[in-house]
Structure formats: C-alpha cells, structure tokens
Ligand binder design. Structure first.
Ligand SMILES: Nc1ncnc2c1ncn2[C@@H]1O[C@H](COP(=O)(O)OP(=O)(O)OP(=O)(O)O)[C@@H](O)[C@H]1O
Ligand SMILES: [Mg+2]
Length: 242
C-alpha cells in the first residue's frame, strides 16, 4: 500500500504529517515494516532521520529513504525497489509550485493521496487550479482510482467543530474527492517536537513533568492517531471499491 501526502501549495504540513503518521500506532499495528520516503530534494526529513540515528533512537519497523532525483524514471524505480521490501510506503511529496512531476506520480501510484488543506482562499485556489486538474486527468484515464483522494482539513483551530468543517469541505469539493473524518489542528508542538530527531510520542514523554506542554503533546499524539486511523479506514474502502 502507498499513502502520499500531496498538495502543490507549500507549507501545508505534508512533511510533518508523513513524519508523524509513520510512527502512529494505527499504522504500526497493521504493518510490520513501514518505509518513509522523502521525495523532496530539500531533505528536511533526511536531516531529522540522521539526527535520530545520531541520538541512538530506535525506529523498529520503520525505515527511511530519500530519493532526491527529479527524474521520473529514477524515483519510479526507487519506489519499486522499496515496495518489494515494505507492505506500506508513506511518501512525503514536495510542494512544487512548478513542474508537479512528483505530485502526478504520487496521485497516480498511491492507494490514497491525502491532501492537507487549510480553509484559506489560497489553499482552495491552489487545489482547484493546480492539484485538482491532475486528479481529474488520472480519474479520466483510470476511473477505478476515483476513491483514492482525500482532503485533510489542516491547521485547524483546536476548538473548531470537526463536523462543521467536514460539511464545509463536502460542499466545496468535487464529487470524488472525499473529506477525511479527522482534522490536523494547528499546534505549536508540531513546530518543535522533532528536535534531536524525536517523534511526537518521544517528545511527549520528555515533557511529562510540565503539565501544559504535556497536555499539548498528548493532544498532538491523539490528533495523529485519529488521522492515521481515518486514512487506514479510507484506504481499506478504496481497495474494496477498486
Ligand atoms: N499542525 C501544525 N501546526 C502548527 N505548525 C505546523 C503544523 N504542521 C506543520 N507546522 C509547521 O509548518 C511548517 C510547514 O510544515 P511542513 O514542512 O510539514 O509543510 P510541507 O507541506 O511539507 O511544506 P513544503 O510544501 O515546503 O514541503 C513547518 O515549519 C512546520 O513546523
Ligand atoms: Mg515538505
């Protein structure tokens, strides 16, 4: 199975979500070996993974792969090799305001492409003008893929009603783009949990003695579990429908 985080608009949380969900219980209880694949030449996750190794943190059942080539043949071949050894691949796709090669590839080859999206005019316009045309082309060529795309409301105020947000997206999204029944809240903890190569759960255990920080960190752990469960449920349905 391949899960991708895609959105042609930059800075919507794709890398952070990929980094967090691979270590979620929801994914790890279902898959013995998970490959986190960064297709972004920037190498943000590569640096974080290197720090994990330097700090001696254990990543049992999770491996990391950085494919920085922008040549389609190269990254396609790379993913094939990784897929031969891992039942689950989670791909972090670069923002790409131009080119969109990785986005096309991810949308075409993923079992589920998750689109983190803010309720901002910019994000909605980027989706409508850049990403949706790619999705539409893929569905036209391969109609069985019409269940493979899901929006995840991102940078949501923690007090916002999930039901209202879902209803909002269902109203504005095209027919075959689904809105996940989970949200990705905006929280300061997502900006700093990953120092020294930490995962969000590892970070939560280091701040246990500080009530306020611990509460924030545990809320983030819960967000990620809910997101990962929603993705798994959707992916199960996509497979059943295709
Ligand atoms: N839920 C969140 N709440 C607050 N800040 C967040 C959240 N998720 C990510 N961030 C911060 O927002 C910035 C962008 O996040 P991230 O790098 O994950 O986005 P991206 O979509 O991968 O960006 P790009 O398109 O450049 O690859 C980072 O500084 C990150 O720490
Ligand atoms: Mg990124």
């Amino acid at each position: 199975m391949i899960i991708s985080f895609v959105q042609t608009k930059g800075g919507t949380g794709k890398s952070t979500l990929a980094q967090c969900t691979v270590f979620s219980r929801a994914l790890r209880k279902r898959f013995k070996s998970i490959a986190l694949v960064e297709l972004d030449a920037q190498g943000t996750l590569r640096n974080w993974w290197d720090e994990r190794a330097e700090e001696g943190r254990k990543s049992e059942g999770v491996s990391f792969h950085h494919i920085s080539s922008t040549q389609k043949e190269v990254f396609q071949e790379g993913i094939k090799t990784i897929a031969a050894h891992n039942k689950l691949i989670v791909m972090d796709i670069p923002g790409e305001s131009t080119g969109r090669l990785h986005t096309r590839f991810a949308c075409a080859f993923s079992d589920i492409a998750v689109v983190p999206m803010r309720t901002t005019t910019n994000d909605e316009a980027a989706f409508a003008n850049n990403l949706y045309p790619i999705i539409r082309d893929i569905i036209t060529m391969a109609p069985q893929k019409k269940h493979n795309f899901a929006v995840l409301p991102a940078f949501v105020h923690p007090k916002t009603s999930k039901a209202k947000l879902k209803a909002y997206y269902e109203e504005i999204l095209p027919d075959h783009v689904f809105c996940l029944p989970a949200v990705y809240p905006a929280r300061a903890v997502y900006e700093n949990f990953n120092r020294n190569g930490m995962t969000v759960s590892e970070y939560a255990s280091t701040v246990k003695s500080n009530k306020r920080q611990a509460k924030q960190a545990m809320a983030a752990v819960k967000d990620i579990e809910a997101i990962a469960e929603a993705i798994m449920e959707k992916a199960g349905k996509s497979n059943g429908n295709s």
